[in-house]
Ligand binder design. Structure first.
Ligand SMILES: [Zn+2]
Length: 288
């Protein structure tokens, strides 16, 4: 399909959804919204463009230059400048976006009290979280997943030799050892933050670029299996700590340098959902 046809189809689908919703036909509208999302995601996935820093920064600049919203433009540019210098931007530089579900008006930082374009109530705007992991799991689901994932990792790496687990990916990327190290490192951050939440009110959650540590071999147990064992034993402690937190307290918040206001519930959901994205990576490394 040509680009213009894509966008025509998308607009048609979203217009259909909007009109169906105004008639209370939510079950049909959901099909149109899902199909619009599927079409966009598939087209982006099939484009398969390069994701090196330079390409990303110049693509951001091209998008920013075409915008007439100055706030959004400067957020994009702050993001590109952080990206170019090997950082991720702070929440002040790239605030949360909110989009009016009725007319598409976009606001940064907070939804307005009322939409300046169509008059919709601010509470009806859609919040775009930086990553769905924050909202993926409720407390019971997050605990359940945190219990389950180490068992799935154990099953995946069962019987593999240390050689097989330290062999880098064909493209020179992470070996299974790096993935297991990464899961352990990420959990270390979660563990540290739970302790902070237990000690302090509204703690500051420092930004950690955990993925940059995965190939760092200092302070690592010698074998991948031992790294996994420490991941497993800390997991038991993490779950035990989370279980001491009364349900209502899971909504207590801290100030995350990268993501803004974040609750214990969102942190647990984030880490539990994040781990799942690394399981297919281990699977691909095994199947070569
Ligand atoms: Zn509006």
């Amino acid at each position: 399909m040509q680009n213009s046809q894509w966008s025509d189809t998308l607009v048609q689908l979203l217009s259909l959804a909007l009109r169906l919703e105004s008639e209370g036909q939510y079950d049909i509208a959901k099909l149109a919204r899902a199909q619009a999302d599927a079409i966009s995601r598939r087209a982006a996935w099939e484009l398969n463009l390069p994701n090196d820093k330079e390409t990303l920064a110049s693509d951001i600049e091209r998008i920013a230059a075409a915008l007439d919203d100055a706030d959004l433009q400067s957020a994009f540019r702050a993001g590109a400048s952080a990206l170019t210098s090997g950082r991720v931007p702070l929440i002040e530089q790239t605030p949360h976006p909110y989009v009016c579900r009725t007319c598409g008006h976009l606001a940064l930082t907070n939804a307005p009290k009322k939409c300046p374009t169509c008059g919709a109530w601010g509470e009806t705007f859609q919040w775009f979280p930086p990553v769905y992991w924050l909202e993926a799991l409720d407390p019971a689901e997050a605990l359940e997943q945190l219990r389950k994932t180490p068992l799935e990792v154990a099953a995946l790496i069962e019987g593999l030799s240390e050689d097989a687990m330290t062999r880098p990916a064909p493209d020179g990327g992470w070996a299974i050892r790096n993935v297991v190290s990464h899961l352990r490192d990420a959990q270390g951050v979660l563990d540290f933050r739970i302790d902070l939440f237990l000690k302090e009110k509204n703690p500051v959650l420092e930004m950690k670029q955990v993925w940059t540590w995965a190939k760092d071999e200092s302070e690592r147990p010698p074998s991948t299996r031992e790294i996994f064992e420490t991941y497993l034993s800390t997991r038991r402690e993490v779950i035990a700590k989370l279980e001491t937190i009364p349900l209502a307290d899971w909504w207590r918040t801290g100030r995350h340098e990268e993501f803004g206001v974040v609750s214990i519930k969102q942190q647990a959901s984030y880490f539990a959902a994040h781990e799942l994205t690394h399981l297919p990576q281990i699977e691909r490394l095994i199947n070569g």
